[in-house]
Design a binder for this molecule. Sequence first.
Ligand code: ADP
Length: 474
Amino acid sequence: MKRLSIKMRVTAWFTIVMLVIATVMFFLMVENRIRQVTNEAEQSLIKNVTDFSGGMSSKQFMRVVQEDSKTKNAPSDLSEPPPAPEKPDDNFRKPNMYGKGIHYEVYNEDGELIMGKIPFDFEDTQFDDGKVRTVVSESEKYLVYDKKTVMQDGQAVWVKGVTNLSASLNAVNVTKTSDFLIIAALILIAAAGGYLIVKRALAPVQKMSLTAQKISTGNNLSQRIALGEGKDEIYQLANVLDNMLERIECSFESEKQFTSDASHELRTPVAVINSECEYALDCAKTGEEYNESITVIKRQADKMSRLISELLMISRMDKNTLDVNFERVNLSELLEAVCDEQRELHETRLIVEIQKDVSAMADEMLIARLFINLISNAFDYGADGEYVKVCLLKDKENIYFSVEDKGIGIAGDEIERIWERFYQVSKSRNNEKGNMGLGLSMVKEIAQMHKGNLRVESEPGKGSTFYFTMPQNV
Ligand code: ADP
């Protein structure tokens, strides 16, 4: 079976819960109304029967009974004739045997009916003084109340009041149906409203899912959810996802760029080696010519080997699989050694200002590579006849390393880009020296691994100074 959408499920749950609550409330309300109606009917019955029997003076009552007995020509238990009224037409008035929904009957002490008649189809010969009883007859419900009244002459009569409760309850039943229909309509309206609210609330989620689908089915990482400004959690989530997509796209693009740059860098030496081999095979005749070809091939092979080892290192750094061994390193000694080596490789004057015993927690091999890259760049891009100056200092917390040259410098708009992989300001000049534009990107990664900071100050034609600062304890 197809699973319902979240919208439908939330709406269904909401409707079911509403339905249960409304049903329980409805039955409680109806029950309450029935109890109220019954209570009111009971109170009215008690009051009216009490009024009926006690409302008239006993003297009058006796006369009424006597009159009624005469009319019916039936023997009455009230055998003693009532005292004759002083005037035949005094305030005597026959009581009304029906009023306010109550029928009255008067019985003598032996239970014989002497006045009134209840028009309902039920026999009730029971008398229970001052108690309301419920009598059910042919699916109709009646309330019966008996009241014993003692006459002036000492004889007693029973007054029985009967009211049809079903008639009052029918009114409750009629409103029950209409109430139920109103509640059902309200629940339907609430369910429809709930569905619309949920649909609206989940619209951004649908947009996210559509964007994710487009990205996964196509190859376009530039898609964004772009919900715009909003404060709720869904908007925050969409913004986080958009930022994440931005970063994924960037790293995907730079990965692509890196692969294409790496293949490009490798293709050139391979092509040179190939053509040099062909030349040697087809054209070289003397030992000198072979020697020349082999020298070219060796230079290109060295370049390839250097490139491959740098690529390997970068890939290990990216994957965090590089073996890093942090220990206390005497940077002053390490830098002295690097400078001695560089001095032998280059003709430009090297000025060294190294404070004694500067040490830090570092990976010796990586920090040495950072020093070598920055110092060899200063020689490569420095000016003949000028100098390269290397400084190493420390304070309580940090170490400060700088390399200064008086060379070609870097234009302002290039400064940000020199840290990118394979980026070279001037390709032709660098290729002569076998440079590949990977050095500074590695320096940047090494600095980050040591929680250090890198910056450069440079002016085209005047020279550059690279600064590296790192804490003594990483
Ligand atoms: P490369 O192998 O080309 O030297 P790097 O990553 O070390 O690669 O440097 C990137 C680019 O930054 C270089 O190609 C060069 O244009 C520029 N650059 C680096 N150091 C200096 C410097 N000291 N002076 C001028 N330009 C520099």
